[in-house]
Design a protein around this ligand. Structure first.
Ligand code: GAF
Length: 381
């Protein structure tokens, strides 16, 4: 794979690359729409990665090529980069150059070729994978000495200010900081992290990921509206963020809020509680007990936060009916993917049941695969 990347790179850019970097997509086990409320999240990195093959340039230009595209090379002057200037997929890596320069790092030009097996638009963080692989490449090429969380913050800045999506920090932190064999418990306020060993296979389970193939798009305004709603609710309650509302104060707080904001707040407070519950079960070695917590999380996203869709609801329902211990949509919602915790012996039956339910409902066939907690951004060669 690495030899091929170097050969492809040379064919496009006319010189050998200096290295190859990879960053993964993610699924979030629990803690959805909590990150921009300063709350808690528990993602794992997927084995699927985006690879960036790169070398420095000395003429102040950045050139981006994707092996999945039509062969076009996007060629830009570094000093001309500004939000709104790049509107194609190249906005993600270009945004990383821009964010590093904005933070005062001495970055020169570079040639980049990008390859990926992270499904795009599936709620599996293909954008964060591309940003983090680019940031890891530039960190090494220009000897910036940035830590993994620093790279995640640069990647998030690129997405917020250059691409224009007001995402929280979970996806970039997952892609940059996750480790093999562990879930990442992240406090999104302090960025304090705990790597929680997660060997589902040894416990006799599998994590089934079901891509509904309903493309989700965080840039279409619905995500921003939800984030604004949560921030308004925190403001009305006199809190810095919804993370500061204790579960014991929830009922009283809901009475003080306008009808459209109360369910958002209920979701965020109960979801932070569910993260804590999942951690308690994992710490206690009670893997099967995670199932009902995941399914309760889905109900909250469906009924209170209202970010599920008929396909994700059906995938959860069919998976649980076929014997999954629990299931929930993962990521921002409005389509995307579902995760299901399944006994090893039931994986095929659960995947078949979801496929057959989709067929009966007239939905396009979903794509299912099992995932193990994998490594974060790294240099491959
Ligand atoms: C998307 C965002 F990018 C994350 O920051 C997070 O808010 C998530 O939706 C919902 O938990 O993936």
């Amino acid at each position: 794979m690495i030899d091929r990347a170097a050969t492809d790179f040379e064919a496009v850019h006319g010189a050998r690359p200096s290295g190859v970097w990879a960053a993964p997509g993610r699924v979030n086990l629990i803690g959805e729409h909590t990150d921009y409320n300063d709350g808690f999240v528990l993602p794992i990195a997927l084995p699927h990665t985006t690879r960036v093959t790169a070398r420095r340039r000395t003429d102040g230009r950045v050139r981006f090529h994707s092996t999945r595209g039509d062969g076009t090379v996007t060629d830009l002057a570094l000093d001309g980069l500004a939000p709104g200037v790049v509107t194609s997929w190249a906005a993600y890596p270009a945004g990383v150059f821009w964010a590093l320069a904005e933070a005062g790092h001495a970055i020169g030009g570079a040639d980049l070729s990008v390859d990926s097996d992270v499904p795009a638009g599936a709620g599996l963080s293909s954008s964060a994978a591309l940003e983090c692989a680019t940031a890891a490449a530039l960190n090494d090429l220009y000897g910036l000495g940035l830590s993994a969380p620093d790279l995640a913050l640069v990647a998030q800045r690129a997405e917020n200010a250059f691409v224009g999506v007001p995402c929280g920090v979970m996806d970039q932190m997952a892609s940059a900081c996750c480790t093999d064999g562990a879930a990442l418990l992240l406090d999104t306020r302090t960025l304090e992290r705990r790597h929680i060993p997660l060997d589902l296979e040894a416990a006799g389970f599998r994590l089934l990921v079901i891509d509904t193939r309903v493309k989700h798009d965080l840039g279409d305004g619905a995500y921003a509206a939800l984030r604004a709603g949560c921030e308004r609710a925190a403001d009305l309650l006199g809190l810095a963020a919804l993370r500061d509302l204790p579960a014991a104060g929830l009922t009283a707080a809901l009475e003080r809020l306008p009808g459209e904001l109360a369910p958002l707040v209920r979701h965020v407070v109960t979801e932070n509680r569910r993260v804590a519950e999942v951690i308690e079960h994992l710490d206690g070695g009670r893997t099967a007990a995670l199932g009902p917590v995941l399914t309760a999380g889905h109900a909250s996203l469906r009924d209170d936060f209202r970010v599920s869709c008929p396909e994700t609801d059906l995938a959860v329902e069919a998976a649980v009916a076929a014997g999954a211990l629990g299931a929930r949509m993962t990521g921002g919602g409005f389509g995307g993917s579902v995760i299901a915790l399944v006994a090893a012996a039931d994986v095929a039956a659960v995947a078949d049941a979801v496929r057959s339910a989709f067929g009966s409902a007239g939905f396009a066939a979903p794509v299912a695969f099992t995932a193990v907690p994998s490594a974060g951004a790294r240099r491959l060669a």
